[in-house]
Design a protein around this ligand. Structure first.
Ligand code: LAC
Length: 230
């Protein structure tokens, strides 16, 4: 432990958020753009915002529903709010696209380098096991991870402690011995409050949330994480 009570030394495992951190959620904007020229980006942005706010709303109201259903509800809201007439075929095509989001180009090389250091890697995500399995299967990254932890097992979304507890339970170590990596600042805050060490992937050059916690490290890409750990 360091003087401030945080663990020192290399992490015993590294846990990654999935959506936005390893997989590009805004890529669905391209599919949407083909359906609604000029509106794809707006649909992708509102869809993601609503998806996350529904997880928070359901968590604070103790009304869990799996991330697959939340994602579909958020799409329906976003389309209606933007006055886009999504027919059943278009709706299904967008939901299918969510199962096969592209992996960020920095992910494969970073994960390969980290694996070579023999640190176990895992995913800790709001996604259901089915959603994560589709994403990983399509990405070619499945073998990179020692564990894929879905909050669906505990029926609580991040930032609930029960969701973050999946990490320490899986590896049998304290949260401070684990490094949590997310591009979602709210997720980084939740993980810091829970007690993880945290690296924030600041993909969109944003300021960090003003809520009284600071990530242990940050950078614009997963390659920056590799440099920071070295
Ligand atoms: C995840 C989303 C919330 O848990 O980014 O993967």
């Amino acid at each position: 432990m360091s003087a401030d009570g945080r663990a020192a030394g290399p992490p015993k495992a590294i846990l990654f958020d999935a959506y936005g951190t390893l997989f590009d959620v805004y890529a669905v904007g391209t599919v949407a753009e083909n359906m609604f020229p000029g509106r794809g980006e707006a649909l992708a942005a509102l869809w993601r915002d609503k998806q996350i706010s529904y997880t928070w709303l359901r968590e604070i109201c103790a009304n869990y529903m799996n991330f697959c259903s939340v994602t579909a509800d958020a799409l329906d809201f976003a389309a209606e709010a933007l006055h886009l007439n999504l027919d059943a075929r278009q709706r299904q095509a967008l939901l299918d696209a969510y199962d096969y989001l592209p992996v960020f180009p920095d992910a494969a090389p970073a994960l390969a380098t980290l694996r070579a250091h023999k640190t176990p890697l895992a995913i800790l995500s709001n996604g259901t096991p089915g959603m994560l399995s589709s994403l990983l299967g399509a990405s070619g990254l499945a073998d990179s991870f020692a564990a894929v932890l879905s909050v669906d097992r505990v029926g609580h979304f991040k930032t609930a402690a029960a969701a973050y507890q999946l990490g320490p339970d899986a590896f049998g170590v304290a949260p401070a011995d684990l490094l949590f990596v997310s591009s979602n600042a709210w997720d980084a805050c939740g993980a810091l409050w829970f007690g993880y060490r945290v690296f924030w992937i600041n993909r969109r050059a944003l300021p960090f949330e003003r809520v009284g916690v600071t990530p242990d490290g940050q950078g614009s890409s997963l390659s920056a994480l590799v440099d920071w750990l070295a």
